[in-house]
Design a protein. Structure first.
Length: 94
């Protein structure tokens, strides 16, 4: 039996000067499907929204993640530093 290496989950977080944040998390669900989870809100409130999009493959998920990253850049978001992003990942992705 050939064992395949698991593909890595991808997490990206952005923040804007006005306190808005946006996060993307590419992961597999219990059925082995790749899901892109997008969450957004403001640091001034605990309210936010999220949406899950099913991807046909890991590669499609990476393409969607790249498209989101391009939109965030166009809209003035900055990628969060690794230390800061790790501190809030638990809050965003429970």
């Amino acid at each position: 039996m050939i064992e395949s290496t698991p593909l890595p989950q991808q997490v990206l977080l952005w923040q804007r000067f006005d306190g808005r944040y946006y996060g993307c998390h590419l992961q597999q669900n219990l059925f082995g499907e790749w899901i892109l989870i997008r969450r957004w809100g403001t640091s001034h409130s605990r309210r936010g929204r999220s949406i899950e999009t099913r991807c046909q493959s890991y590669e499609e998920g990476l393409e969607q993640l790249a498209a989101v990253a391009q939109r965030r850049k166009q809209r003035g978001y900055q990628v969060m530093e690794e230390g800061k992003s790790k501190a809030i990942i638990g809050h965003l992705y429970r």
